[in-house]
Design a protein around this ligand. Structure first.
Ligand SMILES: CCCCCCCCCCCCCCCC(=O)SCCNC(=O)CCNC(=O)[C@H](O)C(C)(C)COP(=O)(O)OP(=O)(O)OC[C@H]1O[C@@H](n2cnc3c(N)ncnc32)[C@H](O)[C@@H]1OP(=O)(O)O
Length: 145
């Protein structure tokens, strides 16, 4: 696994139904407070988890603070239900001078089942910033091994 892949996600080239085989960047359980009035999990909650996962990958790659500058191509494919285990996988798909784009794929697993389903995907762009909140160049990629 390289530094640009904190966890292998499905890529645009792989089928959406292919479950990632290595650990997620973050994993969380959807709770009742995260649900809408109909009992399904809020899309906004899912997007904030995606932002957290991408931000974790960005901070590792940039070895410091990063901020979200853009969010693209977010699709909510399937509902997430209360009690689901939600796993978020990230792949850095582009790096620029100070910015990077991170693909996030989210999978759910019902609490009492081994079956998993891909529920969301999206691309989050982050900018590495310095102590004065100005963009700073990304450091060279380092091999975590
Ligand atoms: C104390 C620390 C604790 C840390 C605990 C760790 C926790 C770790 C896990 C949690 C992780 C949570 C993750 C949440 C992260 C937030 O929620 S951050 C809060 C929300 N975001 C913000 O407030 C950002 C607000 N925006 C800004 O501050 C400024 O727009 C920015 C991002 C600094 C960029 O400033 P700018 O003057 O536009 O910069 P500029 O030089 O023009 O462009 C810089 C780069 O951005 C790109 N860019 C600019 N605009 C765009 C755009 N619209 N679209 C795409 N790219 C763009 C440019 O192309 C350029 O890229 P490069 O060619 O250099 O690669």
């Amino acid at each position: 696994m390289t530094a640009t892949q904190t966890a292998l996600a499905t890529t645009p080239e792989t089928p959406a139904a292919t479950r990632p085989t290595i650990p997620p960047t973050i994993r969380v359980v959807a709770m009742p407070a995260d649900a809408n009035a109909a009992g399904d999990i809020f899309g906004g909650w899912l997007m904030s988890q995606m932002d957290l996962a991408a931000g974790t990958a960005a901070a590792l790659r940039a070895r410091g603070r990063c901020v979200t500058v853009a969010i693209d191509k977010v699709v909510l494919h399937q509902p997430v239900l209360i009690g689901d285990e939600v796993s978020l996988y990230t792949t850095i798909i582009r790096t620029g001078r100070t910015s990077m784009s991170i693909r996030v794929d989210t999978w759910r697993r019902a609490r009492h089942s081994h079956e998993t389903t891909k529920v969301t995907e999206g691309v989050f762009t982050f900018v590495a910033i310095d102590d004065d909140r100005r963009p700073r160049p990304l450091p060279p990629e380092c091999d975590p091994t």
